[in-house]
Design a protein around this ligand. Structure first.
Ligand code: SAH
Ligand code: SF4
Ligand code: F3S
Length: 454
């Protein structure tokens, strides 16, 4: 890649000011993390970075394909760039990420969205200098969605935050849940070498980062392909031993690989946040089987009961899909029953979206869209009642909060507690953004907590 890096640098260096690159990442944190690496590459080849799309010379949309509405939104946004390209013919427009990894999307962009110059897939990050060189010299549409299998460990990210950092510990997914496009657009599961992960965390800790988020589509199957196998719990313990005032999160574990060893590790490691995001998807065993999730409700509840036997109100959150093909109201009620039983602090619920290429997309679906929407409303109402009640347990307690922004409410700062709950506190000193403070909780709402900094 270095040869092309130098050649592109030379071309771009001819203009008076360095060209400015604007990048927007959609979708999950894995994609956001890739976006930071893409910016790292653009910065290495001599580009500046801007958050103002109107002043950009290069616009990159790093896309998500997980649900149809995510895709439609991106197509809408690419459409809007047509006008900009007419006004500024030298503008370079690139589309990458998970949508770009699908052949059908590359063809559609190529034939319908002529304003786009460059499309590259999720495996081609290290190819960016060559691709950009081709765009700059040929002025033709360039695309590359090959699977390079090159690790992107060596790419230095331009991080958007100075206090929260994501560290991918694995790439891809082998699970093939029947509804999900991710394994097709991200390829097979591959764990990073533990020493690479530890070095990255060490450097972040030395640079004062306060929160490290370990990323992967199935973090707790970490290690499978490693020469010197270590499992996810062992990795967590090693990271926990690194010096520094930081806390550790991870996203997402899979219930089928969730062991009591992992729960014990979370509870024993002082830097690991006391929160577990445990995607349920459905509370019906029949639907879980059709989803190819490889656990049942009984196994799921075993994990919940184990953690709650140690810490009775341990914080849990989850993902739920409403309206899988041919789901019945009875199936849905089983999901609702688990939600009521577990009492999650947060649920992220989605109406099933058909993804061409996945196994579930082949199923003839007789459940109506109206039913799915109605059940979704019912689920959200149930969760609202639960969080209203359940958040009250924090009133009077002192939580560890990392402030990350100014609140919408005047004179307040907003952050996240260890338990992954939004906490607001009155504070005029914006310098506390990026810092951890103890907050004594005085009020609970159904979406957040508020209190006083101790
Ligand atoms: N690897 C993660 C999930 C990544 S996708 C995990 O297994 O937890 C994030 C969430 O999007 C999933 O948990 C699921 O709830 C939702 N999702 C994925 N595909 C979907 C689809 N086709 N329709 C609706 N929701 C979907
Ligand atoms: Fe998709 Fe399942 Fe893999 Fe998560 S574990 S990314 S839901 S296939
Ligand atoms: Fe979306 Fe790709 Fe993540 S499909 S959810 S951005 S892995």
């Amino acid at each position: 890649m270095s040869n092309y890096k130098e050649m592109v640098k030379k071309i771009l260096g001819k203009s008076e000011n360095p060209p400015l690159c604007y990048l927007h990442s959609f979708g999950c944190q894995q994609n956001v993390s890739d976006g930071e690496k893409i910016l790292g590459i653009f910065s290495e080849i001599g580009c500046g970075i801007t958050s103002d799309i109107n002043s950009a010379d290069i616009i990159i949309y790093n896309t998500c394909a997980v649900r149809e509405n995510a895709e439609n939104r991106v197509y809408g946004m690419i459409g809007e760039l047509k006008h900009m390209k007419e006004q500024k013919p030298d503008l370079i427009i690139g589309i990458c990420g998970c949508m770009a990894q699908e052949e059908k999307n590359v063809s559609k962009i190529r034939s319908t969205y002529k304003q786009v110059d460059l499309v590259f897939g999720t495996h081609a990050l290290s190819e960016i200098p060559r691709l950009l060189y081709e765009v700059l010299t040929s002025h033709k549409f360039v695309s590359d969605i090959s699977e390079y299998g090159v690790s992107s460990s060596e790419i230095r990210a331009v991080r958007s935050s100075g206090f929260k950092a994501s560290v991918p510990i694995m790439y891809g997914c082998d699970n093939f849940c029947s509804y999900c496009i991710v394994p097709y657009v991200r390829g097979r599961e591959k764990s990073r070498e533990p020493n690479d992960v530890l070095d990255e965390v060490r450097e972040l800790a030395e640079n004062g980062y306060k929160e490290i988020m370990l990323l992967g589509q199935n973090v707790n199957s970490y290690g499978k392909n490693l020469e010197n196998y270590i499992n996810f719990s062992e990795l967590l313990r090693k990271i926990n031993e690194i010096d520094g005032d930081f806390r550790i999160r991870f996203m997402s574990p899979h219930p089928k690989d969730c062991t009591s060893e992992l729960i014990d590790t979370i509870l024993e490691c002082d830097k690991v946040c006391k929160h577990l995001h445990l995607p349920l998807q459905s509370g019906s065993n029949e639907i879980l089987r059709k989803m190819n999730r490889r656990y049942n409700v009984e196994k799921y509840m075993e994990i919940v009961n184990y953690v709650r036997s140690k810490v009775p109100d341990f914080s849990l959150s989850t993902d739920i899909i409403v309206g899988f093909p041919n789901e019945t109201y009875e199936d849905f009620l089983k999901t609702k029953e688990i939600v009521q039983k577990v009492k999650y602090d947060n649920i992220y619920s989605f109406i099933y979206s058909k993804r061409t290429g996945t196994r579930a997309a082949e199923i003839e679906d007789s459940t109506s869209d109206e039913d799915k929407s109605r059940w979704m409303t019912e689920l959200l109402q149930t969760q609202r009642e639960i969080s209203t009640e359940h958040y009250k347990r924090f009133v009077g307690r002192t939580l560890d909060v990392l402030f990350d922004s100014e609140s919408r409410h005047d004179g307040m700062l907003s952050g996240k507690s260890d338990e992954f709950i939004i906490v607001e506190a009155p504070c005029a000193d914006k310098k506390l953004i990026g810092q951890r403070r103890k907050v004594k909780i005085t009020k609970a709402f159904n979406w957040a907590l508020s209190g006083e900094i101790v």
